[in-house]
Design a protein around this ligand. Structure first.
Ligand code: HEC
Ligand code: HEC
Ligand code: HEC
Ligand code: HEC
Ligand code: HEC
Length: 368
């Protein structure tokens, strides 16, 4: 009798706990207190539980009972590039100027629209451009892009409510090598269907040096639009994503003419032949094993390359030739914002030629 009571006593709370844990499927990636990030009623001692707000963000209730939106967790505007909220949270907007995350730092758009993507969540809209340069019209994207959702970059890029497109990604987040990339949680940085290897070492989320950086996925030939932009290329019924699953293909879902081998309405894109002479700077083409290009042998975070297959580990080498490495949009640009015009990785506008060409020369080595 006593034994039975004891078992009941132990097992009931245990069962409740297990049912709770398994029913919400919370894998080990996110640890710590649920209340670090969620609030059941958005009320504690009668006060709201949204402890941080950015710009236009309100203190009202949030989807998934969250205590903040993307910016509440990822753009706290403090000094650090990584903050704690029970877990480490990468900060895409921070005040420290000495280092940035791999994507850059959105603080630069607050001084100059030209330095990055004016993501509307920040409330500082683009004043010059009216649509993504290189996109087809009518585009449906407009100029006001968001972190996620139908006019955003992360998640499925399908729904008006941007958090829905991220559902399950945080708790399911797979780190390291992302070669499957069929769901948001197992895609590179929650960019649906994009492949890559996330830097998961001491410098997580950063491109620090030749030994500590993300590995990007690339191809040997850009995508071809030819007749039209259909479901195969970008507009999947499940959301928007690049057929090639490369990082340059991802950028080209909004900047098509700057990547595609053949673009729409007779526009040649980067060049119909996919080989020299090009009509725009190519991406997803190899570094030829000749002349200027095979001088690039040690990985440079100033002008990084992408790999034809997603590697198992980070490599500090660069190889040219048929099975070698490829040029990508992120060889020259940041993804979020940089301190330079056109979101470039270096000061291409500098009056000092060696500074202006510093990134170009990493690949075009004989033109130093
Ligand atoms: C470090 C922040 C953080 C912590 C801690 C956290 N969550 Fe979440 N959770 C999120 C975010 C962000 C989302 C919404 C976006 C998404 O689904 O990726 C979310 C979504 C959810 C969802 C809906 C989507 C899904 O994955 O099923 C559930 C349920 C959930 N959390 C339960 C929990 C529980 C239970 C705990 C505590 C054991 C917890 N969370 C702790 C950040 C957190
Ligand atoms: C409640 C806090 C919280 C909210 C809200 C939140 N995030 Fe996160 N986010 C986190 C944490 C914590 C991590 C780190 C997860 C880890 O280490 O696996 C993270 C990681 C990420 C990453 C990097 C994933 C990777 O590959 O390492 C991306 C991208 C991201 N979040 C995007 C978003 C977007 C977009 C939104 C809004 C739709 C959002 N987050 C809302 C807490 C949050
Ligand atoms: C969801 C659509 C979308 C995606 C995906 C996208 N962009 Fe953009 N991009 C835009 C829009 C809209 C603008 C113009 C407004 C702005 O600059 O904020 C823009 C502007 C730019 C600019 C010019 C910045 C300026 O203000 O003059 C550069 C450079 C750029 N994008 C590069 C990239 C790169 C590199 C990628 C891939 C990592 C990428 N974009 C992915 C929509 C997108
Ligand atoms: C070789 C370096 C390099 C690569 C690779 C590159 N860009 Fe650029 N991009 C530049 C430079 C330099 C500029 C400044 C304007 C110019 O010189 O055309 C620029 C400008 C832009 C602009 C702004 C155009 C405007 O009208 O203001 C966008 C958008 C852009 N790039 C997107 C991309 C995308 C998307 C990719 C990949 C498909 C890409 N770039 C690949 C160097 C590069
Ligand atoms: C990551 C390496 C990389 C970087 C950085 C880079 N390029 Fe290139 N560039 C290439 C490759 C690869 C080709 C294509 C070579 C081929 O297939 O013939 C190319 C082609 C070109 C061409 C066209 C050549 C032709 O035959 O049509 C020009 C011009 C050029 N690059 C200029 C620049 C300038 C200017 C910069 C800096 C703003 C720059 N590149 C940065 C790798 C790079």
């Amino acid at each position: 009798m006593i034994r039975i009571k004891l078992i009941k006593f132990i097992s009931l709370p245990l069962i409740i706990l297990l049912v709770f844990v398994f029913s919400v499927k919370v894998p080990a990636v996110i640890t710590g207190h649920c209340s670090d990030c969620h609030t059941m009623h958005n009320s504690q001692d009668g006060a709201v539980m949204v402890d941080y707000t950015y710009g236009a963000e309100t203190t009202g209730t949030k989807s998934f009972l969250l205590r903040g939106t993307c910016l509440g967790c990822h753009a706290q505007g403090s000094l650090n590039i990584i903050n704690m909220r029970g877990n480490q949270v990468p900060q895409v907007y921070h005040t420290d100027g000495s280092s940035d995350l791999a994507g850059g730092n959105f603080k630069y758009i607050l001084t100059d629209d030209n330095k990055g993507h004016n993501v509307t969540d920040f409330g500082d809209t683009e004043d010059t451009l009216t649509s993504p340069p290189g996109h087809h019209q009518p585009d449906g994207i407009g100029v006001n892009i968001a972190c996620s959702g139908e006019v955003g970059c992360h998640g499925y890029r399908k729904n008006v409510n941007s958090l829905i497109d991220m559902k399950g990604s945080h708790h399911g987040n797979v780190d390291g090598k992302l070669d499957t990339a069929d769901q948001v949680y197992n895609s590179y940085r929650f960019l649906w269907k994009v492949k890559g290897l996330e830097n998961n070492g001491s410098y997580k989320w950063q491109n620090k040096d030749q030994n500590n950086h993300n590995e990007y996925f690339g191809d040997t030939i850009p995508m071809t639009a030819g007749g039209g932009c259909d479901t195969t290329l970008c507009h999947d019924p499940g959301g928007k994503r690049p057929e090639s699953q490369t990082i340059s293909g991802f950028c080209s879902t909004c900047h098509g003419a700057f990547h595609f081998k053949e673009w729409l309405s007779g526009d040649p894109g980067t060049g119909a032949s996919g080989s020299s002479p090009f009509t725009r700077h190519p991406t997803d083409v190899i570094l030829p094993d000749s002349g200027e290009y095979n001088g690039y042998t040690t990985y440079s975070v100033l002008a990084p390359v992408a790999r034809q297959t997603v590697p198992d580990t980070i490599s500090s080498s660069v190889t040219s030739g048929a099975s070698g490495d490829v040029v990508m949009c992120l060889s020259c640009h940041a993804a979020h914002a940089s301190n330079y015009a056109d979101m470039l990785r270096w000061d291409y506008k500098s009056a000092t030629l060696s500074t202006a060409l510093s990134g170009c020369n990493v690949c075009h080595t004989s033109r130093n």
